[in-house]
Write a new protein. Structure first.
Length: 378
């Protein structure tokens, strides 16, 4: 089956970056097609904290944040590997919301605006020729004037099109992410980050009295635990008393966790054969900074502004691409670099304790680091 209809914008990946781009484009009157390999609603391995830099943008898109009565987060609690606590204010602050809920609401907004969704659909390849994109999918071929990729960490396109770099593959083998939803009494205004050997675990409230418990660690930790996640948690994570208490006392709401492997934080490109890349496809910030969703949405806004000018005939395709690349780097390159440096201090017995003690003595340093991983309202 081949669809001859040419869309103004084709989006691969229906996470927050792709969905918010689709909503903006549909509101501007463009024809939009979006491909998502899953079917809404569904869970993603992701920390579920959103910085307030995104609040006004989401309100403008139609997300009824105030009516949702979401947890308002204003405090960051960190523990070292021994469980010693350090607390810091989050000046910008944020709110908690599950990806299961957020993505579904954004999907409904986009669908109501007329976005054509193809869920349970894989994009196998994207070809650009004669100023037209052809997307080869598991549901047929589709054409568009512009294309954006928001296909996350593990799309087949990551491997096929541009992610078969040996350096990226080498580092990607080191990290895995594990996520649960639990019921556990924690302050509504707090996001906590608990360190353990070669990893760290975040916990914060989302809607409905539920907490998101999500951790990042190395494949080496899993391997030496017999490739058993429960065994790894008991022999490694439990060494931090704060984590042992949470895992022992919490009510786990899923039969098994959501797990993702081969996570990479090496720099990526933001353009691939004229496809504008947003979200994790363009660059993944370390979870210790807790701000990946805001970055994805902001990138979707930058992509829309460039695409909008191109489709209106105000700028050429090369100028559109240059504008997006320049704006992306201006807003995010330094934040990603800072995140990588901070990550190196986490999950290490000596350096983590020393870093947290230093931040406690010099709180202006903590303020500067937190500020460097967050942006202004957009």
């Amino acid at each position: 089956m081949t669809d001859q209809l040419r869309y103004d914008i084709a989006i691969t990946g229906g996470g927050v970056g792709g969905l918010t781009l689709a909503i903006q484009a549909a509101r501007a009157g463009y024809s939009v097609i979006l491909f998502e390999k899953n079917s809404y609603p569904f869970h993603r391995v992701c920390g579920e904290y959103i910085s307030n830099e995104s609040r006004q943008f989401l309100l403008q898109l139609g997300l009824p944040i105030t009516e949702m009565k979401l947890p308002e987060i204003s405090e960051l609690l960190l523990t070292d590997l021994s469980g010693k606590e350090y607390s810091f204010p989050l000046d910008k602050g944020g709110f908690g919301i599950s990806r299961f809920y957020l993505d579904f609401v954004l999907y409904r907004i986009a669908a109501d605006l007329g976005v054509s969704f193809y869920t349970d659909t894989k994009v196998l390849d994207i070809n650009y020729k004669g100023d037209v994109f052809t997307l080869h999918t598991s549901r047929g071929n589709f054409c568009s004037s512009t294309a954006a990729g928001s296909f996350g960490k593990h799309s087949n396109l990551e491997i096929r099109r541009k992610r078969n770099n040996s350096q990226i593959q080498k580092e990607a083998e080191n990290y895995i992410g594990v996520k649960y939803h639990i019921r556990y009494p924690i302050p509504f205004n707090r996001i906590a980050l608990h360190n353990f050997e070669q990893g760290y675990c975040g916990i914060s409230m989302v809607e409905g009295g539920i907490s998101c418990l999500c951790y990042l660690t190395t494949a080496a930790n899993l391997k030496k635990s017999g490739n058993s996640i429960p065994a790894m948690e008991k022999t490694i994570l439990y060494k931090n008393p704060a984590l042992k208490k949470i895992f022992s006392e919490a009510e786990f709401l899923w039969e098994a966790p959501q797990v993702i492997s081969n996570i990479s934080f090496v720099p990526k490109t933001q353009l691939d054969d004229h496809v504008l890349l947003i979200g994790d496809a363009a660059g993944l910030i370390t979870p210790v900074c807790g701000n990946g969703m805001s970055m994805s949405m902001h990138a979707g806004k930058l992509a829309f502004e460039a695409i909008d000018a191109f489709l209106k005939g105000s700028i050429s395709r090369p100028v559109m691409e240059t504008q997006y690349l320049r704006q992306w780097k201006q807003h995010f390159r330094n934040r990603l670099w800072t995140g990588r440096q901070v990550q190196q201090l986490m999950g290490q017995k000596s350096t983590t304790a020393l870093a947290l003690k230093t931040l406690a003595v010099f709180p202006f340093l903590a303020k500067a680091i937190i500020g460097a991983t967050h942006g202004r309202d957009f």
